[in-house]
Design a protein around this ligand. Sequence first.
Ligand code: NAD
Length: 292
Amino acid sequence: MILLDGKKTSADIKEEIALEVAELKKQDKKAPHLAAVIVGSDGASLTYVNAKVKACERVGFESSLIRLPKETTEEELLNEIAILNIDKDINGFIVQLPLPDHIDEQKILMAIDPEKDVDGFHPMNVGKLALNLPTFISATPFGILELLERYNIETSGKDVVVIGRSHIVGSPMSILLAQKRKVGNATVTLTHSRTKNLSEVTKKADIIIAALGIPEFLKGDMVKKGVVIIDVGITRVADSSKKNGFRLVGDVDFNEMSEKASHITPVPGGVGPMTIAMLLKNTLLALYRQEN
Ligand code: NAD
């Protein structure tokens, strides 16, 4: 069984980006600039956003972290977005989710200039993705495509089963893999909480993308031998043996699956680490697109 090592792959991608940025600087060109907006100081969100800003610095990007108090009104946040939209120095920006309850998330995402929407959540970019037009593919699906490509996993003509239909993972993943593209051309089945006899479907799959958020849901007897498993799930499960009191568990029973799968992403260290690398890649892409 081959481990699809997201930690190493994301480090490789960041290294490639850093080299590209160094080359830009050598030619006296501008480095990409990513801004991140966070409202409130919810612990996990702040950790994520800080990790994104740090990753920018490591590859030579400019970065800005805009921290707004949790009482920020929707109008104030929209004003902040309007400023970032017209700031010529900023190539891409993200608004860290979730937002406080009094702010309409969809309204905020709609206000971001699609050309700077490096998270790829604006409906215009989602629409372009559905039409297989150049866009920003959101970080998690983009990271999965990249892992499949770099490990030379054939998708063309394969039976892929996606479990979970969220807007950020399952749905875009199912669309992308069915498209006529390098990592694509698959016959895709999108399954969800109302799917009947899921095991019957998963047993036929050559590749399974599990993104449902139920720890160790996918068991060894639900798949055929040789299956490729992409485990997107990350759930914190209480574990008193750990210093922080929890461990991260995927949607796949890793021990059972290692007897069956030909390739598998570990949790942690699989899909998760890829997301920041792909956000950086989108920001570099934003710079190139804005310069053309
Ligand atoms: P979600 O929580 O929004 O939705 C879950 C989906 O799973 C729904 O579409 C639902 O229909 C489906 N589902 C629920 N129970 C099911 C069942 N019994 N059988 C089949 N389908 C079922 O999904 P999400 O936001 O995509 O998150 C899924 C998991 O992926 C979570 O653990 C989340 O933390 C993780 N995640 C990881 C990354 C990463 O970077 N690795 C990124 C995003 C999400």
